[in-house]
Design a protein around this ligand. Sequence first.
Ligand SMILES: [Zn+2]
Length: 261
Amino acid sequence: MSLLVDCHTHINDFPPLEIPSVIERAYSEGVGIIISAGTTLQSSQACVELSRAHNQVYCGVGLHPMNLAGPIDRKTYHNLEKLVVENPKVVCISEIGLDFLPTSPKHEYQYQAFKNQIQLAKDLNKPIILHSRESNPEVIEMLRQENANQVGGVFHYFQGDLNTAKASIELGFYISFAKPLLRLPWLQEVAKKVPLEQIVVETDSAPQPWKKYRKNWTEPSHLPLVVSKLAELKEISVEQVISQTTYNISKLLNLDLPKLP
Ligand SMILES: [Zn+2]
């Protein structure tokens, strides 16, 4: 039986002393690999360190659109490049994209950073893990313009319509479902129509200090909830969902396919 891969998390942001137990709890629920995504240069470095310290952790480096104070400068670009080249456990450029909430950084900076990081992904031949909020058409357009299909990737925390899913798949991007699939009926309808061969799964786990109880924070150990929902929607076995989604993400990120002992 295959183990699951949580293809997008920020477990590097959890309190350091808790991280080993987060990874252990995940493993006991069948999650064998966790990808930790950088959102700044500093957190990208932290993700790399975490991947060095834990067998089960791989990582992505990149600048999140919400964290941009200006355009990406040469030095930052080279530092990101260096992190990828020097660390074999960096398996993707993550997370990058556009975010058009009213409080988001200037669109001009976001476009510049997204475009440059697509270039970085192509230069280094690493897939892209995409962030998109209120900006699906603009993200798809950018992927097209910049020939992101050369590397492909994952549309993280997917909450788009079926046309967006189809356009993403055509560009070589897998559709990643997370916990919103458990509660959004319209997203469940989209998921029914996306072929399992194009689906991957994630939790987007990050500290959630606003929640009253620590036990309610989303963790990679919750990934089986998303998997069970997919199985139910597609009327197939949980086992089938696990083996196909793990196969999909392992192929994209060049991971050694994790198997249960
Ligand atoms: Zn994220």
